[in-house]
Design a protein. Structure first.
Length: 254
């Protein structure tokens, strides 16, 4: 039975806030990604930050060719995150792609959609993390195949880092990378870290390494930097959020 009720306009004077949340992060993730959004949510919990995600197509296996194909997709993906509205930070959440494409090229793609917005990738965030920690020499652990790992080592070396050694798990599917157990990450990290290295870097946004940082640092006695941990840390510093996150290890004291 229809009710004889007609809606009316509220008599309360309407006020609109400038934004629903104080800070806006635009995250472009791979369609196959299982991990990045979870790490952002965990580390940013309690802060007034919105993480707005768009995903781009990605076809395994993870090779130079498949990673290069993601570049042309970044502009449209960034443009579709809150269209016509400003973001405080843009993020491309793929370490290997940022290395194969180069961070400057990633920024060009993203800023074509959102001009002037700071762009963060896992590798650019790692460089900033190493500088903040005073790290010059690193050991590297990746889930990738040897050729993709070698590309990362070359890129790091070209940007002034001394890569002491690099170890990989030999995986080519990023969905499997997300399933690497935390015990494997921890034991693999301990085994991979050379005594001469100032820090251990664990690559790949798919790998669930961020929750392992504190335990790894306790065993190694030196900083541990991971793709997602560094990426979120760098975004927070861009936003002026300087609060510590003890589970994030030594990096979050910087």
């Amino acid at each position: 039975m229809a009710l004889d009720i007609q809606s009316s306009t509220s008599s309360v004077a309407l006020a609109l806030d400038a934004r629903p949340v104080t800070h806006r992060i635009g995250l472009v993730a791979l369609a196959t990604d299982h991990t990045t959004e979870t790490d952002f949510a965990r580390i940013l919990q309690g802060h007034d930050v919105g993480v707005y995600v768009n995903r781009i197509g990605f076809e395994n296996p993870t090779t130079h060719e498949s990673l290069l194909k993601t570049g042309p997709l970044l502009t449209d993906a960034a443009a579709e995150i809150l269209p016509g509205e400003a973001l405080d930070v843009l993020v491309y959440g793929c370490t290997a792609a940022s290395v194969v494409l180069g961070n400057d090229r990633v920024a060009e793609h993203m800023n074509s959609a959102k001009p002037g917005t700071p762009c963060v990738t896992p590798s650019s965030a790692a460089f900033d993390a190493f500088e903040a920690l005073g790290v010059k020499k690193v050991s590297v652990l990746t889930p990738y195949t040897q050729d993709v790992t070698d590309s990362l080592v070359t890129y790091f070396s070209q940007h002034g880092l001394d890569v002491v050694n690099a170890v990989c798990f030999g995986l080519s599917d990023d969905r499997d990378m997300a399933r690497v157990s935390m015990d494997s990450i921890i034991e693999g990290g301990v085994a991979a870290c050379d005594p001469d290295a100032d820090a251990l870097f664990i690559s790949c946004t798919a790998v669930r390494a961020a929750p392992c940082v504190a335990q790894l640092e306790a065993r190694l006695g030196k900083p541990v930097v991971t793709s997602n941990q560094a990426m979120v840390w760098r975004c927070m510093r861009h936003l002026g959020i300087t609060s510590n996150y003890p589970a994030g290890g030594m990096l979050f004291s910087k």
